[in-house]
Design a binder for this molecule. Structure first.
Ligand code: AMP
Ligand code: MG
Length: 445
């Protein structure tokens, strides 16, 4: 991408007149493409296993030994030589002398001789000569069970073949095999596999550190006493939650007042460690919208109108740190729903790229609308909906209520954002809309 030099990114420092910020109108895809061109995969770090959940593996993992390391029993039962009870019919069981027992974690202390059996537990290594295990349920184990431990003899009621109920050495993974390749996303299964190799740490692409700055003279931090004319800062918390959800590490910084000095002070703190700075508010046309002024004075700036509803105003720039390193800054709109919807569209893919993942779109479903979605000014509408399956298993989406960009409660009730394209005036009740799922349908109850 070589978008950096275009007019939207041209520095306008030193001339803080509002008309210089006249925002270019971009589609969601155009804005996303421009923003994402500034992001790439972060460095790798060693992480404890469970902390690495959802991160991208940054090494190839090779098994240095067979898993399982020894052939072992798949059942609780009796280790036998398969030929001994080979023809055992249920009505004339074959009786074998029991010569010992072996539990998981032990090693057998003697080989198996013909016409004998060794009691064996699941996962225990096979005694020498053993080529089959007969599960307890195919013996008279229960009838013979006593407090004295293993019975002296056991009757086998079922014909047995070589290999029955045996797990071969290396059945899971053979020594020398590449078990997991650099680039895969670690889920529970992968993390289990890494542990099975004996590793308690793993190299992964590190998590992005995201500094979150809220701006606005009206804001109080949750926990502070309520005062007239003030509202609580909700954006920092919804944004931090999305950062965690998408694999980053949020750092909620203090509230910047609506002055350039205050914002610069907080940003300075934000820039110390952050891989991404996210601000909310201060990017629209109001008198005290200082985020755009500060970005403008810092060099590379882009201020766009994105053809979407909610979240039309959006700022993006590169903030310069003391050491000259540039840190991307995503300036979200202030309205709580706008901030969230814009973070889903622009912050989420940026985090994914930093984590070494593909910037794939949110999963979506097609759903029949229970309510219409109106689009009266040619912007893509993201309508807050709840997706459910009707009696015939078809996805339907109902509006979660007031769609004003300040109404966060209808976002809280939504599990998806139903889309009306920018060039479609309305999706009527009964028509099909694509719904970007905030939560994947598995989570719908
Ligand atoms: P602004 O972008 O500054 O014009 O803010 C737009 C709207 O969002 C105003 O009603 C603000 O009070 C509200 N707002 C701004 N920041 C926050 C925040 N951190 N939490 C909740 N609401 C906010
Ligand atoms: Mg404001």
């Amino acid at each position: 991408m070589t978008e950096h030099g275009n007019s939207a990114d041209t520095p306008v420092s030193g001339r803080p007149h509002r008309h210089h910020y006249d925002a270019e109108m971009l589609s969601v895809e155009e804005a996303r493409e421009r923003i994402l061109s500034y992001f790439s995969r972060l460095s790798a770090m060693e992480s404890p296993l469970v902390d690495a959940l959802g991160q991208v593996l940054a090494e190839d993992l090779v098994a240095t030994f067979d898993i399982p390391p020894l052939a072992n029993s798949a059942m609780d039962g009796y280790a036998v030589i398969a030929a001994d009870p080979a023809d055992a019919p249920p009505d004339s069981p074959v009786e074998l002398a029991v010569t010992g027992s072996v539990a998981a974690g032990q090693l057998p202390d003697h080989p198996l001789a013909h016409a004998t059996a060794i009691r064996i537990m699941t996962g225990a290594p096979l005694p020498e000569n053993c080529d089959a295990v007969v599960p307890f349920e195919d013996t008279d184990e229960l009838e013979r069970q006593s407090s004295a431990g293993s019975p002296a003899n056991i009757s086998i009621r079922l014909a047995t073949g070589p290999g029955d109920n045996i797990r071969a050495a290396g059945e899971d993974v053979e020594a020398g095999t590449v078990v997991l390749t650099s680039g895969v996303v670690l889920r529970a299964g992968e993390i289990g596999v890494i542990a099975s190799l004996g590793r308690n740490t793993v190299n992964v692409v590190r998590r992005p550190l995201v500094a979150i700055v809220s701006t606005g003279d009206e804001l109080l931090q949750p926990g502070e006493e309520h005062r007239p004319g003030k509202i609580y800062n909700s954006n920092a918390y919804s944004i931090a939650s999305m950062v965690v959800k998408y694999g980053g590490v949020p750092n909620i910084l203090g509230i910047a007042r609506d002055t350039v000095e205050s914002l610069e002070t907080v940003l300075e703190e934000a820039l110390v460690t952050a891989d991404l700075v996210v601000t909310s508010a201060g990017v629209s046309k109001g008198d005290y919208d200082v985020v755009k002024d500060v970005l403008a004075s810092k060099g590379e700036i882009a201020l766009w109108s994105v053809r979407m509803r909610p979240a039309k105003p959006l700022a993006f720039g590169m903030l310069e740190r003391g050491d000259g390193k540039k840190v991307p800054h995503l300036g979200l709109p202030g309205n709580p729903v706008s901030a969230m919807v814009a973070f889903e569209q622009f912050g989420r893919p940026a985090l994914r790229l930093m984590m070494g993942k593909a910037a794939v779109e949110k999963p979506s479903v097609e759903a029949i609308m229970d309510h219409p979605i109106h689009n009266h000014d040619g912007r893509r509408v993201y309508a807050r909906v709840f997706v459910y399956r009707d009696e015939s298993g078809v996805y339907r989406a109902r509006s979660t209520g007031n769609q004003s960009s300040g109404v966060l409660s209808s976002m809280a009730q939504a599990n998806g954002l139903a889309i009306c394209p920018d060039d479609v005036g309305m999706i009527d009740k009964g028509e099909i809309a694509r719904v970007e799922m905030l939560d994947w349908p598995d989570d719908i109850f």
